[in-house]
Design a protein around this ligand. Structure first.
Ligand code: NAP
Length: 251
């Protein structure tokens, strides 16, 4: 039997990058998947098409995770389509590296509204939709939360905050059969890192030099661990911060 048979999953920010890979791997393991996106409708529809072409089940649902009304609608559409929810992956996120002199209040709030508040809003709705068997939440955090780099103060703080939420809620959910874990990718090649100019840069060479396994990660590296964390194979794991980074260390 597939690892996620009969499960329903929401993956936020799944129109591209790590989220798209997680959505496809979940579907390949039998889950019905809600592919959330903010603005990339075509990207989300391509992910859904790739899933349905392989015999899987998925729908695309627009929704900005930092907006409460959008999040409520995302979960209402999930309920309409699939009736319940078993797995939530908080993957939607933004990352920009700037010197602190360039950090504005708007910059700070944008990072925290999407990376932190967005996850809280989705978790609140997930709790209403999880059934009697509980559920599983995976917060896609970052090694940047535990090994912050220069110019990443706000981004790193947002991911450290997300990890704190993971640990706090693992205790708050005691006795409810709801597992919650943080998955901390190292550097992963995605549309986002290409737009940020990381791919092919000197900075990428530094990242690879600090990675014992000697390469940049790929979305599939993260998706396979997300499948594990979402599955019953991880039934005894909650409140953990699991780095999936090729062993990247201090920068
Ligand atoms: P990406 O390629 O830039 O994709 C980001 C995804 O998030 C897109 O689907 C985007 O949707 C969505 N998104 C952004 N803002 C949103 C919002 N307000 N509401 C809903 N969806 C939103 O990013 P990625 O590199 O795959 O990163 C995904 C996650 O992994 C992030 O949380 C990031 O911090 C974390 N991470 C990435 C790396 C890395 O090296 N790539 C390393 C560590 C951690 P639209 O396209 O519709 O805007």
């Amino acid at each position: 039997m597939s690892k996620l048979e009969n499960k329903v999953a929401i993956v936020t920010g799944a129109s591209k990058g790590i989220g798209a890979a997680i959505a496809k791997h979940f579907a390949a393991e039998g889950a019905k998947v809600v592919v959330n996106y903010a603005s990339s409708k075509a990207g989300a529809e391509q992910v859904v098409q790739a899933i349905t072409d392989r015999g899987g089940t998925a729908i695309a649902v627009q929704g900005d995770v930092s907006k409460e009304a959008d999040v409520i609608r995302l979960f209402a559409e999930t309920k309409n389509a699939f009736g319940a929810l078993d797995i939530l992956v908080n993957n939607a996120g933004i990352y920009q590296y700037v010197p602190v002199e360039e950090v504005s209040a708007a910059f700070f709030h944008q990072h925290f509204n999407i990376n932190v508040l967005g996850s809280i809003l989705t978790i609140k709705e997930a709790l209403k939709l999880f059934g009697a068997n509980g559920g599983t939440i995976i917060n896609i955090s970052s090694v940047a939360g535990k090994v912050p780099m220069a110019t990443g103060s706000v981004y790193s703080a947002s991911k450290a905050a997300l990890d704190a939420i993971t640990i706090s809620l693992s205790k708050e959910f005691s006795g409810r059969n709801i597992r919650i874990n943080s998955l901390l990718p190292g550097s992963v090649e995605t549309e986002g890192t290409h737009s940020a100019g990381v791919a092919g840069s000197d900075f990428e060479k530094v990242l690879i030099g600090n990675t014992p396994l000697g390469r940049i990660g790929q979305p599939v590296d993260i998706a396979k661990v997300a499948v594990f964390l979402a599955s019953d194979d991880a039934a005894w794991i909650t409140g953990e911060k699991i780095s999936v980074s090729g062993g990247i260390y201090g920068l």
